[in-house]
Design a protein around this ligand. Structure first.
Ligand code: FMN
Ligand code: SF4
Ligand code: SF4
Length: 678
């Protein structure tokens, strides 16, 4: 493919955009199989193979099968969308090869939607105001009852800017991207905007960094541009080391050209001719798709010498991450690209002044950069009209944990946690209570139920003791112990600390030691105050963001859930019954029919009993695995978990006794039943 000039790119896009709609009767349909890592892990390869197989078997050759990135509804993967003439697009979920066979037979071959496998009908893109929607649908009385996509909060509450192309284009085809306004922003920049104008547009749009701290992107670019030293570099940060976060991976897997275009525009603005995308090596599919996109962009003349025939030279390379959380920190990341030990260094000077190989370097998160083409195309006013006073645009979150609809969501800044948890997320499974949400990963904090109406933006999250972070959102229910949660995150940052400064290295050791003691039931008076004091000291004295934020999970849970710490320390009680040393399993003799199920399934041999005997747990051999609680039939519910006083005052029966004997003994007793005796 020859390198394109600006005119040729424009012609290509115009041709795709204005291509005559298939004449009535010519468009028969297409199938989109959603193949992000989550879909593939859930079995999307088998779904793809089944669709192709079934179409072939039926001799259907006029229905193209397109592979796209993740559709976002991860809990319903594997998914596919079927677009057939005279019907609205239909999203099918929880697919298996058998279901696919039925969908091909009924929907594709016979134009009948298989309502029982359908999640929704309609198109996300139509809902987002995209006029390129090709299909029309006239609902009829006989249409099956499947919700419209616009009626499902999971879709309707989202606003797709960065993820505008997800599940619509084939990420491995540059023409698909171009057809949806791809590289139009770059064309606009190269034909009429000075670097200064580009930076002004980004600044006026109010774009802030999506990688954690929310630093204004336009200002960062200006600092770099103002530096005299050359060459300059642009780096896209896709290290994404936070547990539970996968926004950036999904972006690269579903729309790699939006990052390439954003980085090219950023490079033009700051005066860089070389850039790197730093991707963690655990993301093979993202790397593969980005690699393919880079080759195509170079072939089209969108990268390399004289981009689109202009005087601007720019090229991009991928650098695979070194596999540590701290590699995502910007100075550490620079060391990693330089081939040095990936340890942070003191700032200032900031990378925008002294960065890669001592040269001015802008590092932006990949989501930040993918916003850039849309801002240039649609304008700063449009972008700044979305969001809150201080936080503009949208944010992608990976919504995980105790939530019905796990998935990848893009929402306008200012949306409340309630809308995310109850509407988009569909609430908490098993009718449990929502307890808290952890945002910002190990650097963030837990926001309690009492703040569920908090509009989400950078400032509100910080005031609540958390932070936006890069977008991990872990939902917790009533069964979550907040001491255990902060111990989990502390363990993570303690493992990941590079150890360069003592405040972070020793401080995280000490914090972890106290938290471990508390969850082991060995907490002492003053521990909570000590954690607060030490946490603040670690924040103040650490050199990089890892140490400066690692106490956040502890401090935020102490602020919002102090009573849980007190219960652990003073009463040796874990209210959520999570901390194993504070928990005992017990078989209620009044309920146990002696069915032997728990005895047979106890991996430690800790359950004693025989048929029709009240069973007893030997507390000295019980490993607290919980298997007996799981296996005891719900209608019996004889096994219970206890903590605090109940657990401490538990008295064991010396040995199992026949159920009949126990009941007789109980009947002989007067008063209200039998004391818990085990
Ligand atoms: C320990 C640590 C890990 C980080 N990991 C990431 C990451 O994975 N991705 C990212 O974009 N920023 C990460 N950051 C923030 C970066 O240092 C940097 O601020 C960011 O990439 C700047 O981009 P932005 O202005 O677009 O947000 C991390 C910071 C720290 C302290
Ligand atoms: S704060 Fe922690 S991770 Fe950062 S430089 Fe110091 S020891 Fe290393
Ligand atoms: S908790 Fe586990 S080890 Fe203990 S009695 Fe039940 S099944 Fe056995």
């Amino acid at each position: 493919m020859p390198r394109l000039t600006i005119e040729q790119l424009r012609e290509k896009r115009d041709a795709a955009r204005t291509a005559p709609r298939p004449p009535a009767g010519a468009f028969t349909g297409r199938v989109l199989v959603h193949m992000g890592t989550c879909g593939v892990a859930a079995g999307a390869q088998k779904v793809l193979a089944s669709v192709r197989d079934e179409l072939e078997k039926r001799g259907i050759t006029n229905i193209p099968v397109v592979t796209t990135g993740c559709a976002g509804f991860c809990s319903r993967e594997p998914m596919m969308t079927v677009e057939m003439r005279h019907l609205p697009p239909v999203k099918y979920g929880d697919l298996s090869p058998e279901k696919v066979r039925r969908i091909v037979a009924e929907h594709i071959a016979n134009n009948n939607i298989v309502a029982e496998f359908a999640i929704a009908v309609g198109s996300e893109q139509a809902r987002n105001g995209n006029t390129a929607e090709r299909l029309t649908f006239a609902p009829s009385d006989t249409a099956p009852h499947v919700p419209w996509i616009s009626d499902l909060p999971f879709f309707s509450k989202q606003a797709l800017i960065v993820l505008r192309n997800k599940a619509v284009i084939d990420p491995e085809k540059i023409d698909d991207y171009i057809a949806r306004d791809g590289y139009a922003a770059l064309e606009k920049v190269l034909t009429g905007l000075t670097p200064e104008r580009v930076m002004e547009e980004i600044t006026r749009a109010g774009l802030r960094g999506r990688g954690g701290a929310g630093f204004p992107t336009g200002i960062k670019w200006r600092v770099c541009r103002a530096e005299k030293k050359t060459p300059k570099y642009i780096i896209g940060n896709c290290d994404e080391g936070d547990p539970g976060a996968y926004m950036d991976r999904s972006l690269l897997e579903s729309d790699p050209h939006s990052l390439i275009e954003g980085m090219t525009i950023a490079a033009y603005a700051i005066g860089a001719s070389r850039g790197y995308v730093y991707v963690r090596s655990e993301y093979p599919l993202a790397i593969q798709r980005l690699q393919g996109a880079l080759i195509q962009a170079r072939d089209y003349g969108l990268l390399g010498a004289k981009v689109l025939g202009s005087s601007f030279d720019f090229d991009l390379e991928i650098r695979e991450g070194s596999g540590a959380f701290v590699c995502g920190e910007e100075t550490s990341l620079i060391h990693s690209i330089e081939g040095e030990i990936p340890e942070p260094r003191q700032r200032p000077p900031f990378p925008a002044q002294v960065g890669l190989w001592g040269c001015p370097t802008v590092i932006n998160n990949v989501e930040t950069l993918a916003n850039v083409p849309v801002i240039i195309t649609r304008g700063a006013e449009w972008f700044s009209g979305i969001g809150t006073a201080t936080s503009k645009g949208t944010k992608i979150f990976s919504l995980v944990g105790k939530i019905n609809n796990t998935g990848l969501i893009e929402v306008p800044m200012g949306i409340t946690l309630r809308e995310i948890v109850n509407e988009i997320g569909g609430g908490i499974p098993d009718n449990k209570q929502f307890k808290a949400v952890q945002t910002g990963g190990p650097s963030g904090g837990c926001i309690p139920n009492s703040l569920i109406d908090l509009p989400i933006d950078y400032e509100n999250l910080r005031e609540a003791g958390s932070m936006m972070g890069s977008g991990g959102m872990i939902v917790m229910d009533e069964d979550t112990c907040m001491v255990d949660v902060s111990k989990f995150f502390l363990q993570f940052t303690n493992d990941e600390s590079c150890g360069k400064c003592s405040a972070c290295r020793e401080g995280s050791d000490a914090l972890l030691e106290v938290l471990t003691r508390i969850s082991n039931g060995e907490g002492r008076d003053g521990d909570a105050e000590f954690l607060e004091e030490l946490g603040q000291a670690v924040k103040d004295a650490s050199m990089c963001g890892l140490g400066q934020t690692l106490p956040n999970p502890v401090l935020s849970t102490l602020r919002h859930f102090r009573d849980e710490y007190v219960a652990h320390i003073k009463d040796k009680n874990c209210p959520a019954k999570v901390c194993k040393p504070l928990v005992k399993y017990y078989i209620d003799p009044d309920k146990c029919p002696g069915c032997m199920l728990c005895l047979k399934n106890c991996p430690a041999g800790a359950v004693k009993g025989e048929n029709k005997h009240v069973h007893v747990i030997d507390q000295t051999t019980c490993t607290k695995c919980g298997e007996c609680l799981e296996i005891c039939p719900p209608k019996v519910s004889a096994v219970v978990k206890l903590s605090g006083r109940e657990a401490q005052e538990l008295q064991s029966l010396p040995s199992p006794i026949p159920v009949r004997e126990w009941r007789a003994r109980k009947a002989a007793e007067t008063g209200t039943g039998v004391r818990r005796a085990q």
